[in-house]
Design a protein around this ligand. Sequence first.
Ligand code: NAP
Length: 312
Amino acid sequence: MAAEQTAITSGLPVSGRTRVVGVFGWPVAHSLSPSMHNAAFRHLGLDFIYVAFPVAPAHLPQALRGIRALDLVGVNLTIPHKEAALPHLDTLAPEVELIGAANTVHHEDGCLVGYNTDARGFTAALQEARFTAAGARAVLVGAGGAARAALWELARGGARAITLLNRTPSRAQALAEAVARQFPGVAVEVRPLRGPGRAHALAGADLLVNATPAGMAHEPPLDLPLEALPDSCLVCDLVYTPPETPLLRAARDRGLRTCDGLGMLVHQGALSFGIWTKQPAPVPVMRRALLETLAGTATGLRLTASRHLGDN
Ligand code: NAP
C-alpha cells in the first residue's frame, strides 16, 4: 500500500505519522468540528487529522481508555459526555472543577487532562464584540450546560449582577446558589422565563445571552420583550444554526449590538486546537470553514431531528 493516501473528507495527506484528534459524541454525525479543525490543520500544514467518533454513553469509559491505547493527541467531548467523562480523567483544569463539565481532553504523557474551552470561548466571543464582564449586569436565559459555562465565566470576569431566566426556575436556583457561594461579590437571582421580574431585569441589562436551544432551526424563538433592553445592551445567542437567529434579527432590528453563536463555537475550537498543537489557531480560517459547512449543509440541517448538532 502507498505510504500516503488522501483523506477524502479533509483533503489532508495521511501518513503513518499523522496525529489523530477528534470528538466523542452521541450522536456526532452532524458535528461541525471536523471541518473547522481540518481546515486549520491544512492551513498550517500540520500533520494532524480530526475525526468524529460516535461513542454511545455505555462505551464512554472504554473510549476514554482508548485515547491512551491508541495514542490519540486528545478529543473534544460533546453531548452527552461533558459531565460523564470527569470520573475517567486523571487531572481536571480549574475551570472544569468549577463548572463540572469538560469539553476537551488532552493526552499528556499517559495522563488524560480535562479542560473546558466552552467557557473561555464564550469570553473570547464577548471580547471580540468588545464586551467586558467586569461590573456588568447580565441576563442569562437557560440553566443547562451552556448556561453554566457562561454563568461561571461572567462571574469569574467580575460581573456585578446576573439574572437567570429559566423555564424551570428550580434548576436555575441550584446553579445560582453554587455561583453565589463561589463568587460572593456577584448578585445572582433567578426569575421564571415567563413571569414577573423579567422586564425589570432586561431594563437594566448590559448583556442578554440566550443559552437555550430556542430559535434553532425548527425550534420556536424566545419570546422576550426586547423593547425593555437599554440601547447599549449587547445581545448574544449561543445558538449557531442559523447563525442569525430570530432573537439576533429582532435585536438588530431594534438597533442593538449582537454576537452570534459561531463566535463561541470557533473560539472554543481554537482554544482546544492550541492545547493539542501548542500553536495559535488560525481563527479566521476556522470561522470560514464553519460558515462554508453550514451553508453546504443547510438542507441537511433542516432534516435533522435532533435539537443538538453534536457540537457542544
Ligand atoms: P441543555 O443542557 O439541554 O439545556 C437547555 C436549557 O434550555 C435548559 O435550561 C432548558 O430549560 C432550556 N430550554 C430548552 N428548550 C427551551 C425552550 N424551547 N424555551 C425555553 N427554554 C428552553 O443544553 P445546552 O447544552 O446548555 O445547550 C443550549 C444551547 O446552546 C443549544 O442550542 C446548543 O447548541 C448551544 N450551545 C452553543 C455553543 C456554542 O459554542 N455556540 C456551546 C454550547 C451550547 P429547562 O431547565 O426548563 O429544561
